[in-house]
Every structure is written in C-alpha cells, then in structure tokens.
Design a protein around this ligand. Structure first.
Ligand code: CO
Length: 152
C-alpha cells in the first residue's frame, strides 16, 4: 500500500496535458494500485495521475460501486446536460456548480491492456468528465459557477 501526496491547485503539473500511456507495464499497474490506495485514503470519488504529480493519462474512479481503472480514457459519446455541485481533492474546501453531460460513454484500456468501454450516467458521468478534464489540464473551477470556499 502506498498513499501519494495529492498536489494542489497552483502546481503546474495540474495544468499540463498528460501524456498517453504507450503500453501497460508493471509500473503502470503499480501506479493504478497506488492511486486506488490514495483515492481511498482521501475518501475521494476520483483521482487522475496529474493529481499525484504524474503527467500520464491514468484515472481511478470509485463512486461507491467499485473501483474503475482507466488508462488513456476518451469520451466517445456525450448526451444531455446536468448541473450539480462539484469539488476536487486538489482544491480542498472549494465547491461549485458545474454543468456537464448527463450521460457519457468512455473508451479506455484496462490494466490488462484490453480496450474497454464504459457508460456513465449522473454521478459517474460527472466523475468521468471531471477526471478526463484533469488529463487536459482543466480544473472544475474553470467551469464552475457559484464557487464557494477559499480558492488557492
Ligand atoms: Co479533481
């Protein structure tokens, strides 16, 4: 078990476009394991590798229905619109309303290097979009309205 320190807004790694993973190696699998530990320790819903200072396209999500691991995720379908409150482990204490697609389909690689496709609605759709934004260097506060709390 390894829990990483989560980097916070102001760190430039959060603003970089993360690099695609060319091959799922043992190091990537270890990264997934450690990201899952970090997410659980932080009691978060999702974590992208840039949030632990690693500029790679790797994401873990757990909305309470089991861990989802995504390598090189891509949004391939988006439908509808929904506005809800959002926060981020890298921007502690700050919340805001973000309008996102209500349903999305994402393709990615799993830890075996296999192509997978997942569909998410509501909270899962929101988490998928939030985490994929991290890979583009986009933070929820860039899109949020009615932001409350202290912003670093
Ligand atoms: Co976030």
């Amino acid at each position: 078990m390894a829990v990483y320190q989560i980097v916070e807004i102001g760190d430039e790694v959060l603003r970089e476009k993360a690099k695609p993973v060319p091959k799922v190696t043992a190091n990537i699998i270890k990264l997934l394991d450690n990201m899952a530990d970090t997410l659980a320790a932080a009691k978060g819903v999702g974590l992208a590798a840039p949030q632990i200072g690693i500029s790679k396209r790797v994401v873990v999500i757990d909305i309470g229905e089991g861990l989802i691991e995504l390598i090189n995720p891509e949004l391939v379908e988006q439908e509808g619109e929904e506005t809800d409150s959002e926060g981020c482990l890298s921007i502690p204490g700050v919340f805001g309303e973000v309008t996102r697609s209500a349903r999305v389909v994402v393709t990615a690689l799993n830890r075996k290097g296999e192509q997978i496709k997942i569909e998410g609605r509501d909270l899962l759709a929101r988490a998928l979009q939030h985490e994929i934004d991290h890979l583009e260097g986009v933070l929820f506060v860039d899109k949020a309205r009615n932001v409350s709390g202290k912003q670093g």
